[in-house]
Design a protein around this ligand. Structure first.
Ligand code: GAR
Length: 224
């Protein structure tokens, strides 16, 4: 198996990045070759370095609105490391349509909501305010629309009455750490294709369980 050379783009803590680095052993179809941050103070940089992965910083602030210049500097790093596939792992910069088109089909993102609900920021606070009973996270191929693009995989969690933004974020994040390495695996293994805007993954099982929240009384659950 020829492993795809992987860059992980981060802006902060890097816990999703760490989950992918932990999953990416010799049998994993993507080989992390670069962690690239748009901020020098991103905590994830140290985590990556401690695991022996090359790191680079392209400070977005230094480019002050010159997104093309910022992305050209990033492209230089990506080219230098021979990157073939990119994961956005808490990367908090919107990429230009040109960049996205160049990497189309090879660029994925994780977003902390069940898209298309709650694109953008503050997803957990907005889920609480909306009163939804199920919330979660989505891994999707990146297209030119922000938080759009064919969905590869989603994980759902219950929203509990006592939840705060922090408790709900933690419950979703635990699922992100399982979902992202799995979705990236399928993409890097060449098992994803897009038909009519929907991602199709070959050789996967769909979960045949449902998540009801709140739980109805047992007597109200039909026994099939
Ligand atoms: C994650 O929850 C990720 O889903 C979210 O930022 C967090 C980064 O955490 N991404 C976005 O909101 C992208 N729009 P991490 O740095 O610990 O992986």
């Amino acid at each position: 198996m020829k492993r795809k050379r992987l860059a992980l783009l981060i802006s902060g803590r890097g816990s999703n990045m760490a989950a992918i680095l932990a999953a990416a052993g010799p049998d994993y179809p993507a080989e992390p070759v670069l962690v690239l941050s748009n901020r020098a103070d991103a905590a994830g940089l140290e985590v990556a370095a401690a695991r022996g992965v090359a790191t680079a910083v392209v400070e977005s602030r230094a480019f002050k609105g010159d997104r093309t210049g910022f992305e050209a500097a990033m492209e230089a790093e990506l080219a230098q490391h021979g990157v073939e596939i990119i994961t956005l792992a808490g990367f908090m910069r919107v990429l230009t349509p040109d960049f996205v088109r160049r990497w189309e089909g090879r660029l994925i993102n994780i977003h902390p909501s069940l898209l298309p609900a709650f694109p953008g920021l503050d997803t957990h606070a907005r889920a609480l305010a909306a009163g939804v009973r199920l919330h979660g996270c989505t891994v999707h191929l990146v297209t030119t629309g922000v938080d759009e693009g064919p969905i590869l995989a989603q994980a759902a969690v219950p929203v509990l009455p006592e939840d705060t933004e922090a408790s709900l974020a933690a419950r979703v994040l635990a699922e992100e750490h399982k979902l992202y390495p799995a979705a990236l695996y399928w993409l890097a293994a060449g098992r994803v294709r897009v038909e009519a805007g929907r991602a199709i993954i070959t050789g996967v099982d769909s979960a045949r369980v449902s998540l009801l929240n709140p739980l109805p009384r047992a007597a109200l659950l039909s026994k099939q």
